[in-house]
Write a protein that binds this ligand. Structure first.
Ligand SMILES: Cc1ncc(C[n+]2csc(CCOP(=O)(O)OP(=O)(O)O)c2C)c(N)n1
Ligand SMILES: [Mg+2]
Length: 283
């Protein structure tokens, strides 16, 4: 199907001013560009978790799988392994993949599965009305922490570098041109691509002024230099008042998990025989 209307007619329930609108329109533009360059959108799958971010699966007219909270990445991994020719994009939340699904994020990076993970990082549980997440700043006052969190946030860029991700970037929803460039790069990257997208939650964490006054694009950064990526990643720790670097921190080329698994492919009849033998030896 070509030239399709990419935004669905489903009633949109995001709050006015929500950063998810920028992400939706960025993805729309990315998909349109991919199609113009000859890619069939029938070969693209979007996987979402559960949260405000996840509603994007209802609002974009492409193949999608609305999964469980915290299970975006294992579903995406299964889809990629079952049909490696698909382009698999995850739209996940900071609650979704930095809290309940964190182990999946780390292992997907470690395996270098060829999927693109976009984190709608509004630094709060939006859908469940404002509880803190692993990236909420120290002292964040929300529904579950009325006196402010007693925990420091972690730094997902640093975490992904340490976990072996082969493409690591950070975008911001109010810099849509850069966001589009990063998403296109992440999808083109062969291997695990991770993009932390700083996003405003208009209702529970409306910090546009904070971000807008601090963000800058990484100038003359050598993305193949791991040490320099780590230094840049530590510049802003998701809590300090430092400037916030946007762009690609790191990229390298390594063999992908899905390619390696495809080499172990066995034919379906042999697979069923192996399963039956396995079960018979255990009864
Ligand atoms: C297995 C499971 N655990 C917890 C929940 C409750 N729950 C639904 S959405 C959500 C938080 C969503 O936060 P985030 O992933 O940051 O998405 P946002 O709403 O901020 O976009 C939680 C805890 C659930 N639905 N399922
Ligand atoms: Mg969130």
């Amino acid at each position: 199907m070509t030239g399709r209307q990419l935004i669905t007619g489903t009633q949109n329930t995001w709050c006015p001013g929500c950063g998810n609108f920028s992400i939706q329109h960025t993805l729309k533009n990315v998909l349109a560009e991919m199609e113009q360059e000859g890619k069939s959108l029938d070969d693209v799958v979007l996987v979402s978790g559960i949260g405000c971010h996840a509603k994007i699966a209802d609002y974009l007219n492409i193949n999608s799988f609305y999964s469980l909270h915290g299970r975006t990445i294992p579903v995406a991994t299964g889809i990629k392994l079952a049909n490696p020719k698909l382009t698999v994009i995850c739209c996940s939340g900071d609650g979704d993949s930095y809290a309940e699904g964190l182990d999946h994020l780390i292992f997907a990076a470690k395996r270098n599965i060829d999927i693109t993970v976009l984190i709608h990082n509004n630094r709060v549980y939006g859908l469940t009305t404002g509880q803190y997440t692993p990236t909420s700043p120290l002292g964040f006052k929300g529904k579950s922490t009325p006196a402010g969190t007693a925990e420091y946030p972690f730094n997902p860029i640093e975490l992904m570098l340490a976990s072996g991700a082969t493409y690591v970037a950070r975008g911001y929803t109010k810099k849509m041109d850069l966001l589009k460039k990063l998403v296109l790069e992440g999808i083109a990257h062969k291997g695990f691509a991770f993009i932390d997208m700083l996003q405003i939650c208009a209702t529970f964490f409306p910090v546009a002024d904070y971000y807008t006054s601090r963000v800058y694009e990484l100038p003359d950064h050598d993305r193949t230099d791991f040490e320099s990526a780590c230094i840049k990643a530590r510049e802003w720790d998701y809590n300090s008042d430092a400037r916030i670097a946007l762009g690609t921190f790191f990229e390298r080329s390594l063999p992908c998990f899905d390619d390696k698994m495809a080499q172990h492919e066995i034919n379906p009849a042999d697979r069923i025989r192996a399963i039956q033998e396995f079960l018979l030896t255990r009864t």
